[in-house]
Design a protein around this ligand. Sequence first.
Ligand SMILES: O=C(O)c1ccccc1NCC(=O)[C@H](O)[C@H](O)COP(=O)(O)O
Length: 211
Amino acid sequence: MAQVKICGLRQADHIAAAADAGARYVGLVFFPKSPRAVSAPEAAALAQHVPMGIARVGLFVDPDDSLLDRTLGQVPLDMIQLHGSESPDRVAAVKALTGLPVIKAVGVADPDDLPVLTNYGLVADMLLVDAKPPREAELPGGNGLSFDWRLLAGRRWLRPWMLAGGLTAQNVAEAIRLTGAPVVDVSSGVETEPGQKDENLIRAFVAAANR
Ligand SMILES: O=C(O)c1ccccc1NCC(=O)[C@H](O)[C@H](O)COP(=O)(O)O
């Protein structure tokens, strides 16, 4: 059994479905190139539909201070997810600037990608272990690709962590079993097409992760 984050939500009814199913985190994407991107006004409206006790996570890719300031001036977020090439120093700076807990995403394809998780564990509040995007990918995350979960077996870091990358209702139980992930994060796996979430897929995913 793992907690669930549903990322890239753009509709109030999908937020309601995620909350009703038992998700503990919802992600709002502030990356204009993404099919899941929301504007600050859209996100502010969506944030009102998130019940107490569910963390509103704002996803950014290499944001500058001004984007963070402007967004937080309009949108009540509980956590920041950094999904670009932010250094450990930048993670610490974002944490100081925003006063919010920071989740740092790290892409993994092979064992050489794992040591940086130790460095980020010194500064981030939570780690997100995701599939490394292929060179030709247009997005640094949310590509629906998974990696060899056996790489994570028995690994421990200084901070709580989430597993992401190509998870679906069909494979999430096996992913949790192999990795021991306490939290799982999904976007593509609960969509019918990029950016289009599906209530039944959201409910099936949360049920499978909680089983
Ligand atoms: O979802 C996006 O469009 C996106 C854009 C830029 C950076 C990250 C993005 N998504 C990250 C996530 O949704 C999740 O944290 C994770 O990568 C899982 O994605 P998926 O493999 O699609 O389930």
